[in-house]
Design a protein around this ligand. Sequence first.
Ligand SMILES: [Zn+2]
Length: 413
Amino acid sequence: MRFELFPLFLGSIHLIKSLPVVDDALRQKREKERNEAIYAQFESIFPALPPKNVPLQPGDYYSLRQIENFMYQLAETHANTTVITVGRSEQNREILGVQLGIDETKPYVVIDAGIHAREWSAIHVGYYLIERYSKLLESKDAMISRFLSHFNLVIVPVLNPDGYIYTRDEVTEPFKHRLWRKNRSTMRCFSRIRCCEGVDLNRNWDLAFTAKTDGVEDPCSDVYPGPKPFSEAETRTYSEWLRSLPKLEAYFTLHSHGQLWLYPYAYAKETYPKSIERAVYVSEKVVEAIYRYNGTRYYHGSPADMLYTSPGSSMDWVQRELNPKFAFTIEVRPLTKEYGFILEKSLLIPASEEIFIGINVVLEESIRFRQFPYQFTGTTQRPRPRVEMLEQKDPVDPSDEKFDEAWMKWIDS
Ligand SMILES: [Zn+2]
């Protein structure tokens, strides 16, 4: 018996020896190699950095300065359009948004992008939406006029400016840190030996916050939530600005990637706010509209059900604290996991237009629902909403006057 166990024992030794020792230098080396491999593969879509002072045209990636110049130019040349400061970064940069509509008494619709630095396609959707809505406003389009008769619209294309600049590394080594996710707050250490910069800003909000990732307070984790809720300037100042709004009608936060239209909550599986049925109903409409537009398949659900649980997220905090009619996290294209944070330039405009269509569906529905009072009373634990629940309903023509009545009856049940 002892002889038989001996090779097994040796095997275990071998296994222990072969376990990778991941120190920071090795990790950084691997990250660099991986980034270089990605960069080599996609070199064709990253030609020379765009020159400064070239007017921004959607369908390309731009620097923070170019995006901000574009926002200021737009505000100068368009009525009813202003550039506003919605917060401040750890490195003391202003976080800017464009506001369409200037009636402070109206509720707000807020769209942000780029809380995660590497999610460039989501940032593109942000400035695409600014361009798209402002052009419609200029041409006195009926839809945008209707929207602005009900709300002010604010779009924040780069919520994490320090991180975005870092991913571009324009001065030193382009794209070395292309896959950086967090902000750029100063180094924090775990056990005095493991020290890293940055906090995941989408884990730092004061809702179900936990300082631990996989049981450890590891500042080197990509999803390090920070030492305490709102420890970061970005989340602290931006949440204060959101709280200062007279009323929030709808909140959208743009991420990449995965083609997902997600409603609260992210912090726990099968946990939803009271407004869940309304969110599911509208999400169904959104994914249908996008599919009809160009055949892109989006899926809806809560982040916890569809992906993984993520405490301390912006959507959850906004839903619980500010109680808007709608709060969505949108994971834009692509669907694929391979090179998911790098979207080919040729796909940027279709990937953005479909989000534009989805947001319009929500805003149209929001206007339709305005006549119904809605109160939030707290978290409810209820079965995961299923598509069949909606399909079981008798088909009702939305143009029918009785449609709303039928809908209200259903959500009350
Ligand atoms: Zn993200």
